[in-house]
Ligand binder design. Structure first.
Ligand SMILES: CCCCCCCCCCCCCCCC(=O)SCCNC(=O)CCNC(=O)[C@H](O)C(C)(C)COP(=O)(O)OP(=O)(O)OC[C@H]1O[C@@H](n2cnc3c(N)ncnc32)[C@H](O)[C@@H]1OP(=O)(O)O
Length: 155
């Protein structure tokens, strides 16, 4: 039997680091029994919002743009998938990210999104400068204000 060749599998790919894993459950499937694209996009949007908060130091971030989404393969119930994001551009008020999702079982890419743009906004929802120009790999920009109260200063 010919040995199966599997693609190289690294925790990082083109600056995209894979942190979040999901287990595909029955409620995540479409009528064909494969992973529903809408579930996947909801997970990515949430992941990207958290990433933007960590990078821009502001709880108030909004999704501005999601570029072309290229679904390359799918996943079945019980598969494990992993999602990765990498910052590609820090603007004045915005952050652009790239997203890759891959199937840990088949080792195939599920999708790529070249540009997800999030904008840092103020209390009135107006774009506000974030002042950052590069990626942090730490938690040094975490907002000090508590999201539930808006007033408590966290340690
Ligand atoms: C007390 C605490 C309470 C808080 C407790 C929260 C706690 C837990 C947080 C959970 C966080 C959830 C976050 C979920 C994520 C959503 O679900 S958000 C919902 C979906 N998104 C929206 O509703 C946004 C609606 N759009 C807007 O409000 C306005 O378009 C925006 C985003 C404020 C931008 O306004 P605008 O007039 O276009 O602003 P503009 O100055 O022209 O551009 C701003 C930036 O966007 C860029 N931009 C504009 N258009 C484009 C485009 N077409 N393509 C690329 N870039 C563009 C610009 O280049 C600019 O970037 P910079 O050059 O400054 O870097």
């Amino acid at each position: 039997m010919t040995p199966q060749t599997l693609p190289d599998w690294h925790w990082s790919e083109d600056g995209v680091n894979f942190h979040t894993r999901k287990w595909v459950k029955p409620e995540d499937l479409n009528a064909n029994g494969t992973l529903f694209g809408g579930s996947l996009l909801r997970w990515i949007d949430e992941e990207a919002a958290i990433y933007a908060i960590i990078q821009l130091g502001n709880y108030r971030v909004v999704t501005k743009l999601i570029s072309e989404i290229n679904f390359e393969s799918s996943a079945l119930q019980g598969d494990l998938i992993e999602m990765g994001l990498g910052a590609t551009r820090f603007g004045r008020t915005s952050l652009t990210m790239r997203a890759v999702v891959r199937n840990m079982i088949t080792r195939k890419r599920i999708l790529t999104i070249d540009r997800l743009v999030f904008v840092s906004v103020d209390e009135q929802g107006r774009p506000t400068p974030h002042g950052f120009t590069d990626v942090t790999y730490d938690r040094d920009r975490m907002p000090r204000e508590h999201p539930a109260t808006g007033t408590v200063s966290l340690p």
